[in-house]
Design a binder for this molecule. Sequence first.
Ligand code: GLN
Length: 476
Amino acid sequence: MNSAKDLAADIRRSRQSATAALNEYLQVIDASEDDVHAFNLVDREVAIETAGKIDEIVDSGRDPGPLAGVPVALKDNLCTRGLATTCSSKILEGWEPPYDATVVQRLRAAGAVIVGKTNLDEFAMGSSTEHSAFGPTRNPHDLTRVPGGSSGGSAAAVAAGFTPIALGSDTGGSIRQPAALCGVVGVKPTYGLVSRYGLVAFASSFDQIGPLANNVADAALVLETIGGHDPLDSTSIPSPMPSLSDNLDRGVEGMRVGLVSELLEGIDEDVVTRVHEVADALTTGGAIVESVSVPAVEYGLTAYYLIAPAEASSNLARYDGVRYGMRAEGSDVAAMNAATRRSGFGDEVVARIMLGTFALSAGYYDAYYGKAQKVRTLTRRDFDVAYANHDVLLSPTSPSVAFKFGERSDPMTMYRCDTCTIPSNLVGDPAISVPFGTGNHGLPVGVQIMAPQLEEARMFQAASFIESQAPPRSAS
Ligand code: GLN
């Protein structure tokens, strides 16, 4: 059972029970979760109870909603009422949010069954899920390799068949990069399309929640469910969610696609080959594909790694040993605060807080943070120029296929994983990663389609076509 859409349709028409479907997924979890470690927590009892309620609703002749009985996994930085939310950090130990994130509420209202909370790099800082305080998640395609990150648990959960749908968060690529490495679809929506209410903040001007799924249609259905205005998030766009599912089969005839030349540099050859195959497939489908330059993306990584830590250093100031989670002993409040933060945060989080604090310090602000913001504006301008003649842009999602544990232990090598994904976060545009065949070691390759703000429908249309042209898994 791979399609969430079909599963929901079957459950709504009483062709299958939500309870039976959930049990099938729980069996898959039981069989391989010890190997994969996608979850921080599986909420088995409540999931079974929820599935039972969905079945009762169907039996009584009512409609549970478009995601009726669909098992869903949630990245463990999304607040779930009364259910531990850890951000894979020791510092949140024992904390249970008093409310559900808006996306969680919307999933529940659409009939979804929340199965559990997935592993991530601590506070979503990382590209491999190696920075989790609870141990890494392993890539279901090769257990000696990373699933990507930071939403590695969510991507692995979908790839392993634990749930057909998962939610992740994407600040610099954390939905799309693990989706690419695990061979699933991952979407970073337009900034403001999906409410951030109840998403634990990392870098607020970048953070977006989005779906991971087995196919483009399921990702569209989930985004339609979770998107749209929410008064509880001041950055939420005050307009209704546009329809995405209607456009999927329209093909790419006449669509103008720009292949971003800067994002083909420094990329492994196996990945570049697949991107060129996608360009060829789009051309055969009637699209006009040409190379396009977006010069400022070359500075994207540098700008992101100043702005994101700057915002993080401010957002993470709230973990003081008083308001949330764990508390270490100290002789006075300041000592308690310092001891809590020193023992509660992992090394990568500490490094980001220091980097961010430094970048914002008096005397350095103009040199670093101010300059990075200028790069952000430049990037916006360069994208606008590219979109004047192109409907969507094409690039790799990740510079390589999944790598081995420990292989990228120096931060710069790890940060480079985000080269292709960060530009969309800097400007707030939507982007999707679609699996397209395999590369080195027979591992999945993902290609990225980017679109202007609120042009998700067009982006999904291109993605759906690419998916239809992807080589069959066994033959690739
Ligand atoms: N890998 C990037 C980082 O470490 C992006 C993380 C994210 O998107 N949450 O910051």
